[in-house]
Design a protein around this ligand. Structure first.
Ligand SMILES: *Cc1c(COP(=O)(O)O)cnc(C)c1O
Length: 390
């Protein structure tokens, strides 16, 4: 059976250039990068080079502003909790949005238990945070604003530079979850005035289990993981040399190939949307029509239940993602689509298609053929269809 992977926003394969960079770190160069002897120094040299590459990929002023973590989730948690704890004496109010990744939302929820107050900004129907609403919610005791650069479910790009500027005018720190942004849009932490930024290797053809936090020099952040003096005392734990080496290479390639990759993805995306529109009725595309990345398309199919659609596609070898999370047997529409005011019935018929470097037009042809059949099948048995929408 043909297999088509359209879930690159969930994770990517490790590219061969990245794999080659990693392989020696599993055996040939196995020292602990904290050790003083030559084995350790060899590992440290690899880590240093990777740190330089990651720093360059976001135009950090200094490589020592990069802190390697185990994931994007850890980087988000570490930034939000670490900054909150370090600046609590200044104030206990944090502003974020309703459409953030769970790691941001849950870090904020756990701070609430410690007496912090959190404002979750609403978004418009395209998933954009309202700037007037942000200005309205800023208080004297606001210490941190955290708004994601690119949403993982619908691909909307936020006005990060504007938001960071507003934060600084009010003497507030600004963090952004840029996990979906790296490789998709240009990131320049100096030009965009970003204080803290989270990224992850496995979304950019690097390995799983390796992320990084950029933290501008001079900003305080209590560590999340205690241990040795690794990462300048901000993150304990022996460094994951293979992962870090791979991340460095992946970050370098993501920026090197950004324009070419995005051009390719734009063509694939349009080809996909045109094919779907030719074959399937009652489809809605979610997200901002202009401020969006090319690799992700969120589509709502009327009179279709998303989980069933995902499973029918999986039977045909086509891998996609739903936005809804199935918790305790109750289908919960995604918090992102809910915040965008998409009606529950539509939200539950929503699929995220995400494309990558290896996605071909033949993949799209196959996927849309199977998608068309599956939607037809599900609509034939849908009670809503029978009730007479069509
Ligand atoms: C995937 C993702 C994360 C989490 O990164 P992990 O490395 O998988 O923990 C955080 N934020 C966004 C927007 C993501 O897409």
């Amino acid at each position: 059976m043909k297999k088509v992977y359209l879930d690159f926003a969930a994770t990517t394969f490790v590219s061969s250039e990245v794999l080659n960079e990693m392989l020696p770190c599993f055996n040939a160069v196995y020292g602990n990068s904290s050790s003083i002897h030559s084995f350790g120094r060899d590992a440290a040299a690899i880590v240093d080079r990777a740190r330089d590459r990651v720093a360059a990929s976001i135009n950090a002023k200094n490589s020592n502003e990069i802190y390697f973590t185990s994931s994007g989730s850890e980087a988000n948690t570490m930034a939000i909790k670490g900054i909150a704890h370090s600046y609590a004496s200044k104030g206990k109010h944090i502003i974020t949005s309703k459409i953030e990744h769970q790691s941001v939302l849950e870090a904020c929820e756990s701070l609430k238990l410690e007496g912090f107050e959190i404002t979750y900004l609403p978004v418009d129907s395209n998933g954009l945070v309202s700037i007037p609403e942000l200005l309205h919610q800023i208080r004297k005791d606001t210490i941190l604003i955290s708004i994601m650069s690119v949403n993982n479910e619908v691909g909307t790009i936020q006005n990060v530079k504007t938001i960071a500027k507003i934060a600084h005018e009010k003497n507030i720190l600004f963090h952004t979850d840029a996990v979906q942004a790296l490789g998709a849009v240009r990131i320049d932490v100096q030009d965009m005035e970003i204080d803290a930024l989270s990224i992850s290797a496995h979304k950019i053809y690097g390995p799983k289990g390796c992320g990084a936090l950029y933290l501008k020099n001079g900003i305080k952040m209590e560590p999340l993981i205690c241990g040795g003096n690794q990462e300048r005392g901000k993150r304990g734990g022996t460094l994951n040399t293979p992962g870090i080496a791979g991340f460095g290479k992946a970050a370098e390639i993501a920026v090197r190939d950004l324009v070419v990759n995005q051009q390719k993805l734009r063509v694939i995306r349009q080809y996909f949307i045109d094919k779907v529109n030719e074959n399937i009725e009652y489809v809605h595309i979610n997200g901002d029509p202009h401020q969006k990345i090319n690799g992700t398309v969120s589509m709502s199919f009327e009179m279709v239940e998303g989980e069933s659609l995902l499973m029918l596609l999986d039977l045909e070898g086509v891998a996609v993602s739903t936005s809804s999370a199935c918790t305790s047997n109750v289908l919960q529409p995604s918090h992102v689509l809910k915040a965008m005011n998409i009606p529950d019935e539509l939200a539950q018929g929503t699929i995220r298609f995400s494309f990558g470097k290896s996605t071909s037009k033949a993949d799209i042809d196959y996927a849309v053929e199977k998608l068309t059949e599956a939607v037809k099948k599900l609509r034939a048995i849908s009670p809503i269809t029978k009730a007479g929408r069509r």
